[in-house]
Design a protein around this ligand. Structure first.
Ligand code: ACO
Length: 322
């Protein structure tokens, strides 16, 4: 059972914050951020919610696919920054777009969320429980950043990407995924404190903490290995791949993965949007997919690789035909 992408969409908050803008509020510089990460700017929410961005992206994907929201059987949102504990973002999206026949739920796989969502959809398709799905990766990460911690707040951005996918008998869908919970502390944001009549934790709101070097090492080792495995499973070689659409965390991670996969320094097959968006966790792969799609870079039948990796730790690499 394979997946077919019928349409894609994405949405970013209106407010663009450049590295120079950030240098006005935290002790950093354009030179530091650009040289270590490749990031030049990011979009930050000035009120746009995770649900609103998801809905905007979904409407664009539905429009491109030319299908009615009522024909969607399954809605999955990958997010670590929902507006509410419950209901899920997926249920809020369902209500907003009128996808009355869908089953809807969120998953937390951080930057791998969109990829994990695609695999869940593939499983539903294989079982015959769904035929058409809306998969979203969406974040308002600015709400979980410590805006006094220059080591993290400069890296991330807000936004959402969506894809309408359908099951098909022929075609390609091979995915390799994994998790390493033992390294979870490398990238962590704690929930609100436990407070009840019998127990009171300190009343402290927590924000994102990251061991940047540990995450960097994990990414450059695990991602190329997972991609190679997925390509082997699919019987696909580098020469067959039109584009590698990687999670947009850091240009140096992408360059390193590119080198390990293709042996060269060229990023031609590794499109990037992180310069303008920063790292949008679960949003980054579907936003990049939508960008490539709308730029006319993808044609039917093109073989593409997509890979997500991040907190958990989690990772997933997939090979599919566009
Ligand atoms: N501006 C200026 N200086 C800074 C900044 C900043 N924004 N952030 C940190 N520094 C300083 C530190 O204080 C430190 O100063 P010191 O030497 O005087 O103590 C110095 O820069 C080096 O700090 P490191 O944290 O060691 O910086 P490093 O070279 O490791 O780069 C970075 C940090 C860019 C985060 C790097 O570790 C990295 O790329 N990691 C990958 C992690 C990543 O991309 N995470 C994204 C989320 S996870 C994911 O999506 C997969």
């Amino acid at each position: 059972m394979a997946l077919k992408i019928l349409g894609t969409g994405s949405a970013l908050p209106e407010k663009i914050v450049t590295n120079d803008d950030l240098a006005q509020v935290v002790d950093t510089s354009d030179e530091w951020i650009r040289s270590r990460t490749g990031i030049e700017a990011r979009h930050l929410s000035t009120g746009e919610t995770t649900t609103e961005l998801s809905v905007r992206a979904s409407r664009l994907a539905l429009e491109m696919a030319g299908v009615d929201a009522e024909t969607i059987d399954l809605i999955i949102v990958g997010t670590v920054s929902p507006d509410t504990y419950f209901p899920s973002t997926a249920c809020c999206v369902q209500a907003a777009i009128g996808a009355v026949n869908a089953v809807a739920f969120d998953i937390n796989a951080a930057c791998s969320g969109f990829m994990f969502g695609m695999e869940i959809a593939a499983s539903y398709f294989s079982k015959g429980s769904a035929k058409r799905a809306l998969i979203i990766g969406a974040e308002v990460l600015s709400r979980v950043m410590d805006w006094t911690d220059r080591g993290t707040c400069v890296l991330f951005g807000d936004g959402a990407g969506a894809a309408i996918v359908e099951s098909r008998e022929d075609g390609l869908w091979e995915l390799v995924q994994g998790s390493d919970g033992a390294k979870g502390e490398a990238l962590i944001c704690k929930n609100r404190p436990i407070q009840n009549p019998y127990y009171k934790e300190a009343d402290k709101v927590d924000y994102t903490h990251m061991d940047g070097q540990a995450v960097f090492k994990f990414a450059v080792r695990t991602v190329p290995a997972a991609i190679k495995q997925a390509m082997e499973k699919a019987g696909v070689e580098d020469g067959d791949v039109k584009y590698y659409l990687l999670h947009q965390a850091n240009i140096r991670i992408i360059e390193s993965v590119a080198k390990r996969l293709t042996g060269g320094d060229s990023l031609e097959k590794f499109p990037t949007i992180l310069q303008k968006c920063g790292n949008i966790s679960a949003g980054s792969v579907p936003i990049l997919l939508d960008y490539a799609n709308r730029e006319g870079m993808l044609s039917e039948g093109d073989k593409i690789v997509m890979a997500g990796f991040g907190a958990g730790l989690t990772w997933a690499a997939a090979v599919m035909e566009f």
